[in-house]
Design a protein around this ligand. Structure first.
Ligand code: GRG
Length: 281
């Protein structure tokens, strides 16, 4: 992933140099690359050509990196540390960070439009639409709007779930589905089961994120710890407590693995579900 991302990001010696340098700063050297790994693991289920999956994997990682850059801006989460480094707007400036997010998003869709992604134009359009919906107002950006509006509010569990299914879950789900669109066609039952896996790991990722924000130190997380409570944000921990939140993550992990029962070659998807549950950062 590092090599692939390195190769596709614009050369920092080409104008506009600062914007290109800031794009590279925000994407390279950091991040767990969970979404690309999910795309590759889903691609294995359908015997996908890794060169094709790599295109989809880079696209989702670029959308993810854009969301982090924008999320850290003073008008949103206002954070100074990301992936163990100063956030983009701190290292550069706010206008540059805004343009970094915009440019990474455009680059993601440019990639998905590349002729080497698939032999089927219809499938390619479907993949472009999938990522557009997952990242827009009916997906990640919508979840972020809900998140910003929920500061200081006492959300119910279904409301919290709605927020996180969109803010975090939608892109994780898209990563799995895009990987699965890179190879043999899955029948409807298999696609539904894979979608169930994706939804469960997407929500589990956020539940674990809430627990880590409450319990892990800044040095391990590479971002400011304890920010949710400091910002008075509703989380699974504030709503349920750490013990129940952990139990919920275990239940989602269990459901994710159960959804894979009918698949051969699902080892890496299983391992990623384990990683999402057990991660420490
Ligand atoms: C600004 C449109 C817009 C959306 C922002 C994803 C998001 C929405 C905000 C990020 C804030 C946040 C901490 C969300 C919780 C879950 C999450 C996405 C954590 C970061 O993802 P990781 O842990 O990050 O995969 P790395 O750095 O490993 O890639």
């Amino acid at each position: 992933m590092e090599t692939a991302l390195e190769r596709l990001l614009p050369n920092p010696e080409h104008a506009p140099q600062t914007l290109h340098a800031a794009m590279r700063y925000s994407v390279l050297e950091g991040g767990k690359r969970v979404r690309p790994l999910l795309a590759f693991a889903a691609g294995e289920l359908v015997n996908a050509d890794p060169a094709r999956v790599e295109i989809a994997a880079c696209a989702v990682e670029l959308i993810h990196a854009y969301s982090l850059v924008h999320d850290d801006l003073p008008c949103m989460d206002n954070d100074v540390l990301r992936r163990g480094k100063p956030t983009c707007h701190v290292q550069f400036d706010q206008a540059t960070a805004l343009l970094v997010g915009d440019s990474l998003q455009s680059l993601a869709f440019e990639l998905l439009a590349s002729p080497s992604l698939t032999d089927s134009p219809a499938r390619q359009l479907e993949m472009i639409k999938l990522l557009a919906v997952a990242s827009g107002s009916r997906g990640m950006a919508g979840g972020q709007a809900f998140d910003l509006a929920s500061v200081g509010q006492a959300l119910t569990l279904p409301e919290l779930e709605f927020m996180h299914i969109h803010k975090t879950g939608a892109l994780i789900r898209a990563s799995v589905l895009l990987g699965a669109h890179c190879g043999d066609t899955l029948d409807e039952t298999a696609l539904t089961q894979l979608d169930r896996y994706a939804k469960c790991v997407g929500l589990a990722f956020q539940v674990v994120d809430d627990v880590l924000d409450a319990e892990a130190p800044t040095a391990t997380l590479g971002k400011t710890a304890g920010k949710d409570a400091a910002d008075n944000k509703p989380t699974y921990v504030s709503l349920l407590g750490v013990t129940r939140a952990r139990e919920m993550a275990h239940e989602l992990h269990h459901d994710a693995l159960a959804a894979l029962d009918g698949f051969k070659q699902s080892q890496h998807l299983r391992e990623l579900a384990d990683f999402i549950l057990q991660r420490q950062f």
